[in-house]
Design a protein around this ligand. Sequence first.
Ligand code: F6R
Length: 570
Amino acid sequence: MCGIFGIINDEKKQAAQTVLDGLKKLEYRGYDSWGIALKTSDSNEILLDKHIGKIGNAVTNLPTGGTIAIGHTRWATHGGVTDANAHVENYQELQSELRHKKHQFISETDTEVIAHLIEEEAKTKPLFLATLTAFKKLVGSNAIVVLDGKTGEVVVCRNGSPVVLGVTKETTYIASDATALLDKTNTVYFMDDNEAAYINKSYIELFSIDTEKAKKLVLQKIDWKAQAAEKGGFAHFALKEISEQSTTIPHVLLKRSKALSEVAELIKEGYRPIMIACGSASYCGLAAQYVFADLGIDSTNYGGYEYAPFARLATDKTLVFAISQSGETADTILAVKEAKKRGAKIVGVINAQGSTLERLSDYLLPVEAGPEIAVVSTKAFTAQLATFFALHSVIKNDDPSTFINEFSNWIQSKELHKTILDCAKHLLKSEHIYLIGKHINYPSALEFALKLKETSYIHAESFASGELKHGVISLIQPGTPCIVLTAHDDIYKEVISSAIELKSRGGMIIGVGPDTNQAFDFHIKTHATGNLYSIFYNVVVGQLLGYFVGVGRGADPDKPRNLAKSVTVK
Ligand code: F6R
């Protein structure tokens, strides 16, 4: 959570402005408040500019001419969203020790403790060692950047939270995410846990925090293009990323890598798949269970945050699919580490490059959806899903091309957007929306509902259609919107009969599927692709409907309230 951006030795002498631009690219990581610290060129002073709220189109009143600045866009975990607060599990203990040593605190945040700790250590040590010593005392997931106002030297430490260094001939950049560096450089170093970097205007040195010994810095090139992280004429990143699925899904479905064949072999040899993920990625894991079942393979899906009681079941024949857009989700990482300790092999199904989960993986199935900037996951979710379908194709030797052709035309059709927009207009004032789906379209319904919740803030709840009669149908009143996800499959009639039950209780039925039905008050047409692939259609309808309802209600689908793009805390 939170975004950090820094620049050392800005050739253009626009350090504060460069940091502001970098923070704008990282705003999706946290948008409660932001601030920039600029090292002045002619004195030992550091100038500050900090504000509450989204960075949006903000400008900074810091002067031009600077070459070193660092900044932060904050997602509040501790302390209120106030000007005094900008962003450590043991912060209360540390704070009371520091208070005994006469440190005066000016905010409620955990982050301020770090500054005081470094100040305390710097009484007896140079700043670099003081920072390392202070950092070792922190419990939790942290990444910090410390700027020395006198010398302009910068120290970066990472444990649990991502930091990437971007390097050009003259300048070093620091960012929480490589997407903020794409217009500057593609030469990067993804810092690992327990690493510190010392940066001055001439060089970078990498250290192990534990041993305080120097390490070799090996730079790598990333292949994402800067334009991929721009809106490119779309009103929102969310809409751009939804529309990009016409290429991202086919790309993953058709990609055949060595790792994919190796993973398929392990499954054939009898390794048991389990999926570990959170949020949308966990719904992908649930869908993967249906995909594996179609192959006659037993698997289990766990939310990373619920894995601990089950970790003891992992063995050296367990194949963990770690599914994540960011590769930095703390709950997923902790669960994967537990399974790995017990000998499980890890397959990373990850979108972002250079992440913690990528490092923990024995096999990597990169989902290659490109940078996903909107906080709500769309193209990364379907690309993760497509990875399991590609595995299915490899194991069963089937061909996804009919689906690909139909789907690519469908998602780009103006008619689809128009129908969904019309439907969205009927939902703008709804307080509750219920959804049903069966088998592969049960996870579709869960993901559909999450898109509605995140982007429109309407309470949306999904049920397996078979669950209706067992209690939940009591929620339906005259006019309650009910979304029914269907496909051309052998359970179509059962799902329609659930739709008729909802209708007979007065529900306003929005049917999604290849065929209309007299039970539907509204129909959003998909294609007739048989069973499993229908999830792609039904999820995309959910993404678009969530987007249009959200925009119609005045919400910002790129930055929903209270959410951050990567959840790097437990
Ligand atoms: C929903 C969403 C979240 C993430 C979840 C896991 O739109 O984006 O539910 O799916 O926080 O994040 P990653 O995939 O980065 O592990």
